[in-house]
Design a protein around this ligand. Structure first.
Ligand SMILES: *Cc1c(COP(=O)(O)O)cnc(C)c1O
Length: 389
């Protein structure tokens, strides 16, 4: 018997459904088989050296050693305001329209804490990043899943949201370039979202994790560049993927000043802010030269093209995504997401993610992450060609 039962809210989180797949991966590894994982979306390359150097310097600076404030250092807020102006043409007031967050995940979870009461609804992309559904459940609210429709460019049909859920909806999570589908925002969708948010009084949270990770000349916009967006929403900008900083936990929330104020108020009760040396490293990242990012995106483009070609050779046709670090592909005839992931593991000793991991609308798809070294990706696609053709 456990000494105490976990809370009902925690028990409500659906059990992890992919234990069988993980058991098989562990079994293969234990048997000495060289398993290549293309499952996890965590960049394989190190953080850019200029950021590491800035961090080393910042750690040695005693002004970073005390409790940070949840508002963040002036330099941090100003660097984000400057970056948003330069990069997206978005004006951000460094005084009250941006503060640091301990990664995007913390921010999204705590926005649920700041805005949702039991009985409230959050609208969440399906398939989507798991905290869009777990966050509401852990605050006694529920998530209404919005299927991302391939025929709509992986945008949800806002007109199809059940009226009863819409009446209870307080916030909506969207994310473009999109994980896991690799989709970029369809023309006009952000504008549609702003009008929808105004009509139904719903706070929009745009999770921007991939705007700097794009290919083929595509330049991703900020949601905040949409006219009226700042009146209805916030954007969470994470340095994790673009700057290879997943372990560092540096992000910012930008946009609607009232929403940021509520988030800040909540945070003063929850944690003590982002370590100031990390804030300074974040400043360095945003002010850094463009070359490392460009080089990295060239690397992902090369890997993406390898994977798309290999999938074509086994009869899986996908369009190459213009952003993110993922290939989202339909499973071959006769397979479910899980049975296909198991087959790829058995036949090729390659791990791919079953699409159903990201929500019910992910069923029928699988996701390949481009975050393995080039030679491992080459080996993985070679094995898939050899064993699955
Ligand atoms: C990776 C990812 C995140 C994680 O961001 P952190 O800043 O590392 O917490 C958030 N959202 C999406 C959609 C992601 O893919």
């Amino acid at each position: 018997m456990p000494i105490a039962e976990p809370s009902k809210r925690l028990q409500q989180i659906p059990p992890y459904m992919f234990q069988e797949l993980e058991r098989r991966i562990a079994e293969k590894k234990a048997a000495g088989i060289d398993v290549i994982s293309l499952g996890i979306g965590d960049p394989d390359q190190p953080t850019y050296p200029y950021i590491v150097e800035a961090m080393q310097k910042a750690v040695a600076d005693p002004s970073t050693h005390q409790y940070p404030s949840n508002r963040g250092r002036e330099e941090f807020r100003q660097a984000f305001a400057d970056f948003y102006d330069r990069r997206f043409g978005v004006q951000i007031d460094a005084a009250d329209e941006v503060i640091p967050t301990i990664g995007a995940k913390e921010c999204i979870y705590n926005l649920c804490n700041a805005f949702l009461d039991p009985g409230d609804v959050a609208l969440a992309s399906d398939p989507g990043y798991p905290v869009y559904t777990g966050g509401p459940l852990l605050h006694g609210a529920t998530a209404e899943l919005l299927p991302l429709l391939p025929e709509k460019g992986f945008a949800p049909d806002l007109a199809a949201i059940p009226a009863e859920s819409l009446a209870k909806a307080k916030m909506m999570f969207i994310n473009y370039p999109n994980n896991p589908t690799g989709a970029i925002v369809p023309e006009g969708f952000f504008e549609e979202v702003v009008a929808f948010a105004r009509e139904h009084e719903i706070l929009i949270v745009h999770d921007n994790a991939y705007s700097e990770t794009t290919y083929d000349g595509y330049v991703a916009p900020s949601f905040l560049a949409t006219p009226g967006a700042k009146e209805v929403g916030v954007e969470v900008f994470s340095l994790s993927k673009g700057y290879n900083m997943t372990g560092w936990r540096v992000a910012a929330i930008l946009g609607n000043a009232d929403a940021i104020q509520s988030y800040w108020r909540l945070k003063t009760n929850v944690d003590s802010g982002l370590y100031e040396a990390l804030q300074l490293a974040g400043v360095a990242a945003l002010e850094g030269p463009p070359e490392p990012l460009a080089e990295q995106n060239a690397t992902y483009t090369r890997r993406r093209d390898l994977v798309v070609a290999a999938l074509g050779a086994i009869g899986v046709n996908v369009t190459a995504p213009k952003g993110t670090i993922y290939i989202w592909a339909p499973v071959p005839e006769g397979h479910t997401s899980t049975s296909f992931a198991e087959t790829v593991l058995e036949e090729a000793a390659v791990v791919v993610s079953p699409g159903s991991m990201y929500g019910p609308s992910g069923e029928g798809f699988f996701r390949i992450s481009l975050t393995a070294p080039d030679d491992r990706i080459e080996e993985a696609v070679e094995r898939m060609r050899a064993h699955l053709s």
